[in-house]
Structure formats: structure tokens, C-alpha cells
Design a protein around this ligand. Structure first.
Ligand SMILES: [Zn+2]
Length: 476
């Protein structure tokens, strides 16, 4: 996942919370007559659930991706290989209309990067350059560190206090089950470099946007720009941020850090999306879109972000594709390229396919934890149908969420489609441990739990099947 919530987002979220606390929930507020699913459909739901809970295909998909390709930075040769891998994998799974659709992009790529405290307490610091960071001058820079608790402190700082310094934003991230700690903490990743540049600082270090306590640091996209608008920027592994913070606190003289970042941007790079379909039996032109992303950062293997998402939607759609009677509508798999560097694949998909009939869209990009809640953005008239879907998910211990998702609340890869009016299903995963590994060297296959993956596949198979089969018009 990538998108931090905007301020407007937060306001809407707060309003939704207040409404929920007051007992006003859009499900509860609308008097609805329950619909019942036919015995045939209910039997199919049962069969999908049983098959998914014994599924080995999904795990094999993510295992093969990390083994054959490994890390796959947006716009890189490895991402191109991931695209080829995805095309042949989706064909071998039996899907129709499997194809890659390439698009141009300016791709940032990290080279060597190092940081160390110099002087009396000399020691190396574990860092990762932030996406979009320019290089330091050859040989690196050396400057005193100015520790600040937040971006607000940097924004309020008089420029003469920042000039010539390495800014260190030492803001921690809260562990939460719904991933909201990330939204609150990720702002500095984009905001620090341009703000530091404006104040005359030389570089930006941020406490890594994660909840781990080991020395794995987090990559992630910073601000777009170049050396005229940005300073070089990097994330410090949490324990290294702790050390730097203690040194700054104890020191009588400024703590000096040496920072050396080599990075480049290939303005002529190519990325691409991979698509595949389950063709609907009676309304094939109506699309239920299921998305995940193909690219990853470079430190880990991209097993959790977003190999798991690829595995979940692929295995779920395959179970549906193998039903004796296909659902009414088509299900389209979108494996988006270049999500991590700005949702470029989702935007390209919207340009190429926005005029098609997208009924509803969903994205799996929250890791591999069990799904605990379903939220939606559907028409009020469609609520009895989403309640029927909710009942079908209940045996998987998935709670009913609200119908208060915003147009851009479904995920980066489907924003371009949902902004145009497609309905949204969000199957929320338990993210309490996701940010221990997200964008780190620890994003490896061992972090994907088979049973949790199967529960995800079951939920997705049921949700995609019912979204495509029920006689509903979910678009709000
Ligand atoms: Zn992701």
C-alpha cells in the first residue's frame, strides 16, 4: 500500500467515526428488506469457501514469484520479468484474455547509500534512501544533525536554524489493526525533503515509517522533484533512530553525521499492467475488478507487499473460473505496475479502460493478515445485496463494516475506476503486524501464513463470485 490519507480524508473518517459512535451507521440507518440468495448460489458459496480453505495454489503463486523474480522495482528489468512471469502464470491458471499493457514512466532507482555518526561516538547507521531522493555530492555530505519531533516543528522553524544542517524528523508510528498508524506517520516521508530544501538544510533523515524494532529500515516513496527542489533523504531503522536521538539529547556539541546517497532517475523507463479475465456467462461486458500490484521495493522480496495480494486474487478468481457455471458478469484481474512510485499503473489502467463498464472494484494490498471486516461504497438500493454478501462472509469471522468509504477509499490501483463511479468492496486485513515488514528486508515468504492466506482467498472468492452473480446494481 502507498496512499497516505489526505486531510479531507481524515475529516471524513472522523465524521464517520462520530456517526458510528452515535449509532448512526449507513447500514442501520436504511430500512432494508433482506434478499435471499438462491439455493444454487448458496451451494456455490459453500463450495468456494471449502475449496479456498484447502487451497495451495495461492501460496504456490507467491512462492514462485519471490523465487523466480524476487524484488521488482517499478520500471526496472526485474519488473519487466515479473510482467512476463505474470502473463505465463495467469495463462497457466486458465484465465482468458491474459495480456500485458505497458506504459512509460520516470523510474527512480537507488544505488549505494550509507550513513554514520562521525567523531567521538562514531558508528554506522542503517538507512534506506527514500524514493525520489537525489544523490548527495560525490563522497557524501557531513553536517550537524537537528532533531525535530514532527514535520510541524520543521515547518515552524526559522530558516537560519535549519541552514546547513541534516534535519532528523524523529516521529514514531503507532501500531494499529486497521493500518491507520501508517496514514498518520507517513506524511514526513513526502514532506521532509522539500521543506528542508526550502529552509536551506542539506539533507533529511526520518525515523522509518514502521512498527518494527529490528535494524531493518523501510523504503518508500518520498517527494517527486530533483536536486533543485529536494534535499537527499533517507529513512533510519528504528533502533538507529533511537541511537541518534539519544546522542543528540546527551551531546554538548552538535552530533555530526556523514551521509552518502547515490540514486538516479531513468526518465525513459517502461512499466506495465497485466490483465486476465473470467468471462461472465450473460453480461460479460460488465466488469468486477480485482486488483493487486506487481512491483515492489528492493530490500525485501515483495512477498507480503504485494505478492500476497497477487496470490489472493489469482487463487480466488481461479476457483470461480473453474465453477461448472460461470457468474453472470466478468471478473477482471489487474496486476498493476509501478504502484509504489505513485500509482502509475492504476492511472494508466484508468486511461486505457475507464470507458468500460466497471460495476465494482476491490484491491488486495494490505499484506497477508486475516480479513476481519468488510466495508463498502455501494448504492443505498444495493445495501440488501451487500448484506447478503456480508452474511456469506460471516463464517470466516469477517465483521460487517460501514458503507461510508470515499470514492478513493478502495486503494491506489483502483482509484481511477472508483473515482468514475464504480462501487467498492474493501476486505480489510489485520494490519497490526504488517508494518513490521512492509517495505523492509523482512518482506519475505516466511511472513505469509498459509492459513491466513487461505482465509483471504475464501473471502475474495465469495465476494468476487457474489459481486459478479447477484442481480444488483451496486454503483452509488
Ligand atoms: Zn503495496
Amino acid at each position: 500500500m502507498k496512499t497516505p490519507p489526505t486531510f479531507a480524508h481524515k475529516i471524513r473518517h472522523t465524521l464517520a467515526l462520530l456517526l458510528a459512535m452515535a449509532g448512526i451507521n449507513s447500514f442501520a440507518a436504511e430500512p432494508t428488506v433482506p434478499i435471499s440468495l438462491s439455493p444454487d448460489v448458496l451451494r456455490t458459496v459453500e463450495a468456494l469457501r471449502a475449496a479456498a480453505l484447502a487451497d495451495n495454489n495461492g501460496y504456490a503463486v507467491v512462492e514462485d514469484l519471490v523465487t523466480q523474480v524476487g524484488p521488482r522495482l517499478a520500471g526496472s528489468e526485474a519488473e519487466a520479468r515479473a510482467r512476463d512471469w505474470a502473463v505465463s502464470m495467469l495463462r497457466s491458471q486458465g484465465f482468458a484474455k491474459v495480456r500485458a499493457e505497458t506504459f512509460p514512466m520516470a523510474a527512480w532507482q537507488p544505488g549505494s547509500q550509507s550513513a554514520r555518526v562521525v567523531g567521538h561516538n562514531a558508528q554506522a547507521l542503517s538507512i534506506a534512501a527514500l524514493g525520489g531522493s537525489p544523490s548527495t555530492v560525490a563522497g557524501g555530505i557531513e553536517a550537524p544533525v537537528l532533531r525535530l519531533a514532527s514535520m510541524a516543528e520543521l515547518n515552524a522553524l526559522e530558516a537560519n536554524l535549519a541552514a546547513g544542517k541534516i534535519i532528523f524528523i524523529d516521529e514514531p508510528m503507532a501500531r494499529t489493526g486497521d493500518g491507520s498508524g501508517y496514514g498518520a506517520a507517513v506524511g514526513k516521508r513526502r514532506a521532509c525533503a522539500p521543506a528542508a530544501k526550502r529552509k536551506g538544510a542539506l539533507a533529511c533523515l526520518i525515523r522509518a515509517v514502521g512498527t518494527n524494532t529490528d535494524r531493518f529500515t523501510h523504503q518508500g516513496m518520498g517527494a517527486a522533484g530533483d536536486a533543485t527542489t529536494l534535499v537527499p533523504s533517507a529513512a533510519l531503522a528504528p533502533p538507529d533512530a533511537d541511537i541518534l536521538a539519544r546522542l543528540v539529547k546527551q551531546a554538548l556539541t552538535p552530533v555530526v553525521v556523514h551521509l552518502d546517497i547515490d540514486a538516479s532517475t531513468n526518465a525513459q523507463a517502461q512499466s506495465g499492467n497485466v490483465l486476465a479475465e473470467v468471462i461472465g456467462r450473460s453480461a460479460p461486458e460488465q466488469i468486477v475488478l480485482a486488483a493487486a500490484h506487481l512491483d515492489s521495493w528492493t530490500l525485501g522480496h515483495g512477498a507480503v507487499d504485494d505478492g500476497a495480494g497477487i496470490a489472493i486474487i489469482t487463487a480466488a478468481a481461479r476457483l470461480i473460473n473453474e465453477l461448472p457455471i460461470k457468474p453472470r458478469r466478468s471478473i477482471r484481474i489487474l496486476l498493476a505496475g509501478a504502484e509504489e512510485q505513485g500509482g502509475i499503473g492504476g492511472t494508466a489502467y484508468g486511461k486505457a479502460h475507464g470507458q468500460e463498464q466497471h460495476v465494482i472494484a476491490a484491491e488486495s494490498d494490505g499484506g497477508a493478515g486475516k480479513i476481519w471486516r468488510m466495508r463498502t461504497r455501494v448504492a443505498v438500493s444495493a445495501l440488501p445485496y451487500s448484506q447478503a454478501l456480508q452474511r456469506a462472509l460471516a463464517p470466516l469471522a469477517i465483521n460487517a463494516g460501514d458503507n461510508l468509504l470515499n470514492k478513493d477509499g478502495g486503494g491506489t490501483d483502483i482509484d481511477a475506476i472508483t473515482e468514475q463511479g464504480a462501487a467498492i468492496i474493501a476486505l480489510n486485513q489485520d494490519m497490526s503486524r504488517y508494518f513490521d515488514v512492509h517495505h523492509t528486508a523482512n518482506d519475505v515468504l516466511a511472513e505469509v501464513d498459509l492459513n491466513a492466506l487461505r482465509q483471504n482467498i475464501a473471502a475474495w472468492a465469495i465476494a468476487l463470485y457474489l459481486a459478479a452473480e447477484m442481480e444488483w446494481q451496486p454503483q452509488p
